[in-house]
Design a binder for this molecule. Sequence first.
Ligand code: SF4
Ligand code: SF4
Length: 119
Amino acid sequence: MSNPILETAKKAFESRFTVDYPDFRETLPDNYRGIHRLDMKTCINCSACAHICPNQTITMVTAETERGPKVFPEINLERCLFCELCEEVCPTKCLVLTKNNELEAYDRRELIKRPEELE
Ligand code: SF4
Ligand code: SF4
């Protein structure tokens, strides 16, 4: 049986080490869900990602392409739950969650990412 006092002391000792970010970064698990990446070339503009999103995080906005204006997902990362439903439902797998977790910003509006910024 473990000793709670020893366990607490062990955790306190372990937590005194911090990572010297950004020179060093923690290794993230393979299934980590971070900021999205969108491939605008393979997106078929179906809006399925926007419809499935449980937190109304995705808005379909118009962006210019070689084939003329099309609608693509714009993502408000401030509202995102990182649940991955948008990736699961995407029929062409052009929208995926990456391991990028750098969400710092000086202005909340910077967390609203247009399709071009997600490429
Ligand atoms: S990860 Fe979830 S909450 Fe975030 S945009 Fe996708 S469906 Fe919406
Ligand atoms: S990202 Fe995927 S689900 Fe969203 S509009 Fe494009 S093809 Fe459809």
